[in-house]
Write a protein that binds this ligand. Structure first.
Ligand code: 5AD
Length: 330
């Protein structure tokens, strides 16, 4: 395990200390060393590969009231749901281009565990791909059905490690989110976690604890993105998270969790950070594979790319862009 020096701060990745992490985040004078160190670890672990995944946003219904989210239950908006048949077809198509298909939605209980299990089983029977779910909190029994049907991975971010902030933004307990993550892991899902940078009320110490939470919960993937204020939400007037700070957190995540899959998140891409993210630790990109008619309606936060480009073309465009950076799409 490595020890890094950033100016007067030391980062011992064997025994990481939240205070030291927060101090590195607060000090801008060693950012270049931090980014270079993260890029070196990424290159050591994954060479010049970037894993590209296709994400299908299959429903924007949500039972939750997360204060930051444009899909929260209180929003007056056009809601849509893909039918199981529609979703299976879209996933099989996506798997022709991408090796991993991510099925994401709001927390929509219309889809029972039996329906989701059936959808996953039908996709796995027809396509040679990993299936990732990103559908929020369910019971152990529900998760188990989906796992037994062949679900490989599950994304469930802790969003913020500050329990009081978590509760004020979500109206429910951080503990219940952490319990859900632990259930998923116990069932054998590859667990993806993550959090937002720049939430109102968050400090560098919170971010340090966010990073330590990823380690403690044993995630193998972590989505770290800037908060982007959605004007129609209750915190719509708050300032957006800072892209540069997000890159620093990402770089620290690469040092603290060397093998972790770290996407350049959609939110960071909205802020123009994709290239930088890929040069300071990120090794994954998620591309939209949602049918065109639904893309604009999946309005979590403003600025999301809702361009209608066929999957194959979209992948090839990305391949070229990556090649320009000396990187290879997988
Ligand atoms: N800004 C940035 N990210 C957001 N998410 C939800 N709302 C916002 C926002 N306003 C992120 C959360 C969630 C993921 C699907 O999108 O981290 O887990």
């Amino acid at each position: 395990m490595a020890k890094y020096e950033f100016g007067k701060y030391r980062l011992d990745t064997e025994k990481p200390d939240a205070t030291a992490i927060a101090a590195i985040l607060a000090d801008g004078s060693t950012d270049d060393i931090l980014f270079a160190a993260a890029n070196a670890v990424k290159a050591r672990e994954y060479g010049n590969l970037v894993f590209v995944r296709g994400i299908i946003e299959f429903s924007n219904y949500c039972r939750c009231s997360c204060a930051y989210c444009g899909l929260n239950a209180g929003m007056k908006m056009t809601r849509y749901r893909m039918t199981p048949d529609e979703l299976v077809e879209a996933a099989v198509e996506t798997a022709r281009v991408y090796r991993t298909v991510i099925l994401q939605s709001g927390e929509d209980l219309y889809y029972t565990a039996d329906m989701l299990a059936d959808i996953v089983a039908r996709i796995k029977a027809r396509a040679n791909c990993a299936v990732t779910l990103s559908i929020g909190e369910r019971s152990l029994e529900e998760y188990k059905k989906i796992r037994e049907a062949g679900g490989d991975r599950f994304l469930l971010k802790h969003e913020t490690a500050d329990a009081a902030l978590y509760q004020s933004l979500h109206g429910v307990l951080l503990d219940s989110r952490l319990q859900a993550q632990r259930m998923l892991k116990a069932l054998g899902f590859e667990l993806g976690g993550g959090f937002m940078v720049g939430l109102p009320g968050q400090t560098d110490m919170t971010l340090a604890n966010d990073l330590l939470t990823l380690r403690r919960e044993g995630v193998v993937m972590a989505g770290i993105g800037p908060f982007i204020a959605h004007p129609d939400t209750s915190i719509g007037q708050a300032a957006d998270g800072d892209a540069h700070k997000t890159l620093k957190v990402l770089a620290l995540a690469r040092l603290l969790l060397p093998r972790c899959h770290l996407p350049s998140t959609t939110a960071l891409n909205v802020k123009g950070g994709m290239k930088d993210a890929l040069l300071c630790g990120a090794n994954v990109i998620m591309q939209k594979a949602t049918p065109y008619e639904y893309r604009k309606l999946y309005d979590i936060y403003p600025g999301r790319d809702a361009k209608d480009v066929p999957l194959k073309e979209q992948f090839e465009e990305l391949e070229q862009r990556l090649a320009g950076l000396g990187l290879r799409a997988e």
